[in-house]
Design a protein around this ligand. Structure first.
Ligand code: TXA
Ligand code: MG
Length: 344
């Protein structure tokens, strides 16, 4: 651990100077900047190429710091923070005046989250203030789950990277709004609407892609500003295909294909190799069969697939296990990764 405090001291200096520092979290790496500095946040939008209407999550060291960026900290927020923080839950509350409009896409609410990574908690404490932290990728592309993914995306003169090892969760936090006395999941994640509902003592609505709806309601752009249908996408064309259709889909391709599959060989109707590897023009990436393992590996697998420059990336449809929130979140991300250029 030698050298880590020094890294944090350098990172704090950079942040104070309005520069960007990528930090590790339990979900994905974040692109950090001083959340209360208009100019620093502007830099984040520029470097990421992010549309200005898509608001940023503000990262805090705990509930006390969260209250500083919130105009109101409802009882629901208190309960959720007490149960899930530090952890992969972003809570949307009314924003305080001190939060620049650019952070929230000019909207009245702010998303706050206390991430669970010792290095980043130490950074937040040492900096002593909130940090914006969108996923540290170019807008629309695959989120980074390792420090090298961030280094590949940005020039180190623009972005210092704090290396905290690979992310254990692998997909972005659940975003839940508790504004106006309603509780609504705006983005699915490892923390499920049902568990949030248990903590709040009432049913929680789902306004994300509709993949995980107990009470489906269409979110207006103002409520769920960043939920573009195409997101988390590799550069190559990617499709989600049921296991039984993989053979015909790759048969129609003229070039190389990468198949990302979680199915065990004996369950798969296609003659794919039992391990990751190549047969003819098809390269197979075998995923963990458990939902958490799959989530942790998904973005790295998409990157590996992309690096082969295939004609097509074929992702075998993840299980539709309505009782398993992690599979539902995984399906949400795979849907977005394969949604073509319909979004941003
Ligand atoms: O796990 C995560 O949430 C990661 C790590 C780094 O913390 N961050 C992340 O940030 O995924 P980003 O910017 O890639 O995604 C933030 C999502 C977007 O869908 C955005 O629209 C939504 O959160 N969001 C942010 N602020 C919001 C707000 N005030 N109201 C509604 N949605 C908001
Ligand atoms: Mg993102």
């Amino acid at each position: 651990m030698d050298g880590l405090p020094e890294q944090i001291a350098i990172a704090v200096q950079r942040l104070r100077a309005g520069e960007l520092v990528a930090f590790p979290t339990e979900t994905v790496y974040g692109l950090g900047a001083d959340a209360l500095s208009d100019a620093a946040v502007k830099r984040v939008f520029e470097v990421k190429g992010r549309p200005a209407h898509n608001p940023l999550i503000v990262h805090v060291s705990g509930e006390a710091m969260a209250r500083r960026v919130a105009a109101d900290w409802p009882e629901d927020a208190r309960k959720l923070a007490a149960r899930f923080w530090p952890g992969p839950l972003s809570i949307v509350v009314p924003k305080a005046q001190s939060v620049p409009a650019i952070v929230t896409g000019s909207g009245p609410n702010v998303a706050v989250r206390c991430p669970s990574h010792p290095l980043t908690l130490a950074l937040l404490e040492a900096f002593g203030g909130p940090l914006v932290g969108p996923s540290a990728n170019v807008s629309g592309l695959v989120s980074p789950t390792a420090a090298e993914h961030v280094r590949e995306a940005f020039d180190e003169r623009d972005v210092m990277v704090l290396d905290g090892g690979p992310c254990t969760g692998g997909i972005e936090s659940t975003v839940v709004s508790v504004v106006g006395g309603r509780a609504r999941v705006l983005r699915s994640g490892l923390i499920d609407a049902a568990v949030i509902g248990e903590v709040l003592g009432r049913e929680v609505e789902c306004a994300d892609s509709g993949v995980i709806s107990t009470t489906p309601t269409a979110a207006t752009p103002a409520e769920a500003p960043g939920q573009m249908s195409s997101h988390y996408a590799p550069k190559a064309k990617a499709v989600m295909v049921d296991a039984g259709d993989v053979e015909s889909v790759i048969g129609r391709a003229t070039g190389e294909c990468v198949v990302i599959t979680h199915t065990k060989e004996e369950d798969a109707p296609t003659p794919l190799p039992p391990h990751s590897g190549r047969v003819g023009k098809t390269h197979v990436i075998r995923m963990p069969v458990d939902a958490r393992g799959y989530a942790r590996r998904l973005y790295a697998a998409l990157r590996e697939a992309d690096a082969m420059h295939p004609e097509l990336i074929v992702i075998v449809t993840p299980p539709d296990e309505s009782k398993n929130p992690v599979w539902r979140a995984v399906r949400d991300r795979v849907k977005r990764a394969t949604a073509g250029s319909a979004g941003e």
